[in-house]
Design a protein around this ligand. Structure first.
Ligand code: CP3
Length: 357
């Protein structure tokens, strides 16, 4: 199967988002936003109420497809991201996962290596069939110049939730576990690499044109651990995926990787690198390899605040990345308290009032 053949519109013109991912510099840049579907949208809150639990919502193709399309319809973004969650992988490995309103995810924690016996050896893709069904539904409803992004959580970030059983600010449970039980932890990471390759390959077969690997907690790790738990697993996922789909496009998002970004890009061979908001755009544009596509990196709080913070933020990003392949995005997910008018204003700034090249 060929990834690139999905990228053409009926008129034969490649979608702007995919042109940039394939190395072209466009100005103004294409735009999408991490976590662009969700609670800041009144139309999302309205359909979210139709499912008893968040996972039921994710596993109901008609609802998940509608949530995927909502932000594209409202804002005319250049890409849609599949509506699902990174924690469907632990769920499909047999771990108990649920989401409590206002509290975030709750999993049956892994306290000791003996708890791994409770997990299945391989991912049950049958349990994830509603996700592939959602992709097919979205493809039917998507404008022809809008790309569809699939995703998964990176092994390290998944392991953080699987071990702690909840969100923590510093990922101490997973970090301690990895030091104490190195071989067993490596085993878990290997299992997650394999599950991610299977899952992403199926997303591509169902119709996504690019996948993003979210490593939200990459930044908490010291150098050697970053290499072992973030960089090497990401490289293994990219290589494994391209064995199945030769030209699979991958965006890596190792949040908090800082000075290790260049090595991450070089070793993993991702097509594009998502930058978080701690990265100075001019530094990234100067330092990172010219043909590496960069994505990001407006501070989600600047978008929530609006006004001068939003305007200067957008302007700095546009002028720094102008002339190289760049996808405009936030440095992390959009916040639930973000006023929808600020998103419309941001798009207007990117598309009409930005810096001319
Ligand atoms: O629009 C999109 O980006 C698509 C959907 C998407 C969700 N989660 C929906 C969601 C994506 C890409 C994710 C990724 C995700 N999920 C990450 C990586 C990106 C990041 O933000 O760091 C992580 C770490 C998770 C795990 C997760 N899911 C947490 C910690 C929480 C609770 C905190 C929160 O943001 O609410 C979730 C729940 C979740 N995932 C919601 C949504 C819309 C909110 C639940 C609801 O609407 O009831």
């Amino acid at each position: 199967m060929e990834g690139h053949s999905h990228g053409q519109t009926k008129s034969g013109q490649a979608k702007p988002f995919l042109r940039v991912l394939d190395g072209e510099a466009l100005f103004p840049p294409p735009v999408w936003l991490m976590r662009q579907a969700g609670r800041y949208l009144p139309e999302y809150r309205a359909i979210r109420a139709k499912a008893p639990s968040f996972l039921d919502f994710c596993y109901t193709p008609s609802l998940a497809a509608e949530a995927t399309l909502q932000p594209v319809r409202r804002f005319g973004l250049n890409a849609a991201i599949l509506f699902s969650d990174i924690l469907v992988i632990p769920d499909a490995l047999g771990q108990k996962v649920c989401f409590e309103t206002g509290e975030g995810p709750k999993l049956d924690p892994i306290m000791a290596p003996s708890d791994f016996a409770k997990l299945d050896e391989r991912i049950d893709l049958g349990r994830l069939s509603p996700v592939f069904e959602t992709i097919k539904l979205v493809k039917q409803g998507l404008p022809e110049d809008v790309a569809l992004i699939g995703f998964c959580g990176a092994p390290w970030t998944l392991a953080c939730y699987m071990i702690a059983g909840r969100s923590t600010p510093d990922q101490v449970p997973a970090r301690l576990f990895a030091y104490r039980f190195r071989a067993e932890f490596q085993n878990l990471i290997n299992r997650l690499v394999e599950a991610s390759v299977d899952y992403l390959a199926r997303q591509i077969e169902a119709g996504v044109e690019v996948v993003q690997i979210f490593d939200t907690w990459a930044g908490v790790l010291p150098f050697a651990e970053f290499k072992q738990w973030c960089l090497e697993p990401a490289a293994a996922i990219v290589a494994g995926l391209r064995l199945r789909h030769k030209s699979a496009r991958v965006i890596g998002f190792p949040k908090g990787a800082g000075q290790r970004l260049a090595e991450f890009a070089a070793c993993t061979h991702v097509n594009a690198l998502g930058l978080d908001s701690t990265i100075e755009p001019r530094w990234a544009a100067r330092t990172l390899e010219r043909n590496l596509v960069l994505q990001g990196n407006l501070d989600p709080l600047a978008l929530a605040a609006g006004g001068a913070a939003l305007e200067t933020g957008v302007r700095e990003i546009l002028s720094a990345f102008c002339g190289r392949p760049h996808i405009f995005n936030l440095g992390h997910g959009i916040l639930p308290q973000t006023p929808v008018e600020h998103v419309a204003l941001m798009l207007d700034l990117v598309r009409h009032q930005g810096v001319t090249p």
